[in-house]
Design a protein around this ligand. Structure first.
Ligand SMILES: [Zn+2]
Ligand SMILES: [Zn+2]
Length: 261
């Protein structure tokens, strides 16, 4: 296990990226038009206008609110069965214009798309989130099967390039995943809940450090919220006082969703 716990973008990498963006034309990750940046101004504008952050969303789980929920800023499922996490910030919907670039990154292993997604997050969200008071930013860990198949953890690749305050320590080692053989959860929320329970743990040497701290958990996609809720449960069981989710893409409210798992 590597000893470092933070991997900010290194100085030469920063310079290299700036030079590439300045001098080499690239294709926008969304519309494929050639221009100077990894996402063009038109697509950035479309996201800015229609991104989830412009909508009335549940402060706790990030889902778009039904008209009758707006006054509370809280969706009915969160009111009925409160999740362990405290807040959720989502850049866009799962069905939005960033889904394809995310799939190019995750499944076609086009790493440049990952860098571009971090840049998109920074362009649209860094101002809104710059005053968030947290101690750690942790990616959702992958199973060993997925990690060896893919070769990288997409959430960490995006999270490590997100701009945030220096005091927020980024680390892929604090939150760990047990390497049980993967069993498919099926579609029911109850099955999902059962399959994910006990999946995550905190590496022992960090348990003392996270006591009474606020922790941000980064995930590329949030669907039912089961994974992030289980992670928040584990973090809070280990003394974390507050858990905030940062999510790239948020799935719409599932029809069968009766409670948070
Ligand atoms: Zn574009
Ligand atoms: Zn909610």
């Amino acid at each position: 296990m590597a000893q470092y716990t933070q991997r900010p973008m290194r100085f030469p990498e920063n310079i290299l990226q700036a030079i590439c963006e300045r001098f080499l034309p690239t294709a926008c990750i969304v519309c494929q038009q050639f221009q100077d940046y990894s996402i063009c101004n038109n697509c950035l504008g479309a996201l800015r206008d229609d991104g989830l952050f412009n909508y009335q969303c549940c402060y706790q789980c990030g889902i778009t609110l039904q008209p009758e929920e707006i006054s509370q800023q809280h969706c009915a499922p969160c009111q009925i069965s409160e999740p362990y996490f405290d807040e959720t910030y989502c850049l866009d919907r799962y069905t939005g214009i960033l889904q394809e670039p995310l799939h190019e990154f995750k499944y076609q292993k086009r790493i440049a798309f990952g860098h571009a997604l971090s840049s998109t997050w920074n362009a649209l969200f860094s101002m809104q989130l710059e005053n968030i008071d947290a101690s750690y930013l942790l990616p959702v860990p992958l199973s060993i099967q997925k990690l060896s198949q893919r070769g990288f953890n997409q959430s960490w690749e995006i999270a490590k390039r997100i701009d945030c305050r220096k005091y927020i320590q980024k680390s892929p080692y604090i939150l760990q995943r047990h390497h049980y053989p993967e069993h498919q959860a099926g579609s029911s929320i109850e099955n999902r809940h059962q399959s994910i329970r006990g999946m995550f743990y905190i590496q022992e040497k960090y348990i003392e450090k996270i006591q009474h701290k606020t922790v941000i958990v980064f995930d590329d996609v949030m669907t039912s919220g089961a994974t992030l809720n289980e992670i928040a449960r584990v973090l809070k069981d280990n003394g974390v006082s507050r858990v905030i989710n940062w999510v790239l893409l948020r799935a719409a409210r599932p029809i069968e969703r009766a409670q948070h798992v």
